[in-house]
Design a binder for this molecule. Structure first.
Ligand SMILES: [Zn+2]
Length: 220
C-alpha cells in the first residue's frame, strides 16, 4: 500500500529583481532598484504608468513602462487607485512580471532575489481509499495495516507564476532540507520522477511543474 500526499507549492519573490542597465549619471552599467513608487501621466484620455527605479550608486532614476497610452477605463478603478497609492504589493507584482521586464529589455538580476514557497496540502489518500478509512483500519487491525505500507508518494504541483529562473534540485534542497547529492541519489534510485514540466532535477522550473517523490518505508 502507498500513501499519496498532494502538495501545491507556489514560488513567490520577496522583492522585485534589480535591473542592470546603463546609467546616464554614472556613465556606465549600473544596478537599478525599484523605488516601489509609480509615476502616472494623463494626456487627454490616454494614460501612461511607470514604475520608478533608481541607480544604487548615484540615485539617477529610470522609469519602467507599465502601461503606455492606455485608456484609463481599461485599468479599472481598483488598479488605478493602487498605482496612485504606490501600493507595495502592486509594485512588487509589476516589478516581477516577465512580459513587462522583457518589453522594457530589462536585464533582471533574479539570482539575488529572496523567494518564499507558499504551500497547501491536499487530503492525503492511499490508492483507492481515503486516509480516513486507512486510519480506521489502523485502529481496527493495527499490525496488518502496518505491514502493507511500503511507500509514501508525495505529488508536488509546483507553480512558478513569475518564472523565477531556478532549477528543481535547488528548490528541493531548500524545501526538503537536504543536499544536491541527496536529490541526485533519490533521482538515481527512482525516488524522484518529473511528471511534467522538465526532464530531470537539473531542469529549470517553468510556470508549472509536477514531480513525484517516493519514499520507501521499511517493511516490518
Ligand atoms: Zn548611476
Amino acid at each position: 500500500m502507498s500513501y499519496i500526499k498532494k502538495e501545491e507549492w507556489t514560488i513567490l519573490p520577496g522583492e522585485a529583481p534589480a535591473i542592470r542597465r546603463n546609467c546616464s549619471g554614472c556613465r556606465k552599467s549600473s544596478i537599478f532598484r525599484s523605488s516601489g513608487n509609480f509615476r502616472m501621466n494623463a494626456n487627454g484620455n490616454k494614460l501612461d504608468v511607470w514604475l520608478i527605479y533608481r541607480c544604487e550608486k548615484c540615485d539617477t532614476s529610470w522609469n519602467m513602462d507599465i502601461y503606455t497610452r492606455t485608456a484609463p477605463g481599461m485599468l479599472g478603478q481598483d488598479l488605478y487607485n493602487r498605482f496612485l497609492e504606490n501600493d507595495a504589493d502592486t509594485a512588487l507584482e509589476f516589478g516581477c512580471r516577465k512580459e513587462i521586464l522583457s518589453r522594457n529589455k530589462a536585464e533582471a538580476l533574479w539570482g539575488q532575489v529572496p523567494f518564499m514557497v507558499e504551500k497547501t496540502f491536499h487530503e492525503a489518500k492511499d490508492v483507492g481509499e481515503t486516509i480516513d478509512s486507512a486510519e480506521r483500519m489502523i485502529s481496527a487491525e493495527n499490525t496488518v495495516l502496518v505491514e502493507r505500507i511500503v511507500s509514501v508518494e508525495r505529488i508536488l504541483s509546483i507553480h512558478n507564476p513569475y518564472e523565477i529562473p531556478m532549477r528543481l534540485d535547488k528548490l528541493l534542497c531548500r524545501e526538503l532540507n537536504c543536499s544536491r547529492k541527496d536529490v541526485a541519489c533519490l533521482e538515481d534510485s527512482g525516488g524522484l520522477y518529473i511528471r511534467t514540466g522538465g526532464k530531470d532535477s537539473r531542469s529549470r522550473i517553468p510556470i508549472y511543474m509536477e514531480a513525484e517523490i517516493r519514499e520507501r518505508l521499511p517493511v516490518f
